[in-house]
Design a protein around this ligand. Structure first.
Ligand code: PEP
Ligand code: MN
Length: 280
């Protein structure tokens, strides 16, 4: 590892906490020894939708609920999310199930209010290098799920995390969610090799988002098992009561039955949190 590289993210570098960090989000703990599944819809659409999904994923072993309230959509004419109403419905789903929640913030002015509604703030791929937003969630202190940018290198992801830690917030979980390559068969190219690289270079927990990673429902299960086998600390999965009717990302949304099958399959895959020591 070149000294200059590790020197640009000293707080995030593995050397600053060689044993690995545990990040507490409500009653959920990310880090070695745990494999945390976050399940829920891409977007919160209604009370019925978010409560039903939260109960279904919980019944099959999810520990956290996801749901977007403010959505970064490619088209301004696409569903933009329910905004604060969506955040309040997510908070209600949390009260009903007892599970902590994660939702995206897109602007600095959303940060403090969203922290009153959810347990973890997501920085989406499109904002991974929105440095003022990174500083704002750093000052806020609330746990952060930091997703890798669409065309960000691993070093850029680590540097983005360093912004958050440098503002005094150590509660960061990283997320590999696929990067843009020349390949068009999948929505993105899920870079599972980022997991062992990140595990080596940082003490922060690393989870994988196979839903956005491949973007096609039927290919999500294979990437879930691969993610667990490769040493990730968990998964974030998009689940919907009726995927064809989903207001965003319907092609990748799992049904409750799909989700149940994935959870049963994952139980057969051993945790892979120790990094095999081989000669560099
Ligand atoms: C999402 O989680 O719904 C999302 C928009 O993710 P990403 O920022 O990774 O595209
Ligand atoms: Mn989505």
């Amino acid at each position: 590892l070149p000294a200059a590289a590790s020197g640009s993210f000293p707080r995030v570098a593995r050397e600053s906490n060689p044993g690995g960090s545990h990040i507490q989000v409500g009653n959920v703990r990310f880090g070695d020894g745990n494999f945390v599944i976050i399940g829920g819809p891409c977007s919160v659409e209604s009370r019925e939708q978010i409560i039903a999904t939260a109960k279904a994923v919980q019944a099959h072993g999810a520990l956290m609920i996801r749901g977007g309230a403010f959505k970064p959509r490619t088209s301004p004419y696409a569903f933009q999310g329910l905004g604060w109403e969506g955040a309040a419905l997510l908070a209600e789903a949390s009260r009903v199930t007892g599970m902590p929640t994660v939702s995206e913030v897109m602007t600095i002015d959303q940060v403090d209010r969203m922290a009153t509604q959810v347990d973890m703030l997501q920085i989406g791929a499109r904002n991974m290098q929105n440095f003022d937003l990174l500083k704002a969630v750093g000052r806020c202190g609330h746990p952060v799920l930091l997703k890798r940018g669409l065309s960000a290198t691993i070093e850029e992801l680590l540097s983005a995390a360093e912004y958050i830690l440098s503002e005094g917030n150590p509660n960061v979980v990283l997320c590999e969610r696929g990067i843009r390559t020349y390949e068009t068969a999948t929505r993105n190219t899920l870079d599972l090799s980022a997991v062992p690289v990140l595990r080596e270079r940082t003490h922060l927990p690393v989870i994988v988002d196979p839903s956005h990673g491949v973007g096609v429902r039927r290919w999500v299960p294979a990437m879930c098992r691969a993610s667990k086998a490769v040493g990730a600390h968990g998964l974030i999965l998009e689940v919907h009561p009726n995927p064809p009717e989903a207001k965003s990302d319907k092609e990748q949304a799992l049904t409750f039955e799909d989700f149940a099958a994935i959870m049963a399959d994952l139980a057969t895959i051993p945790l892979s949190h120790s990094i095999p020591q081989v000669t560099a």
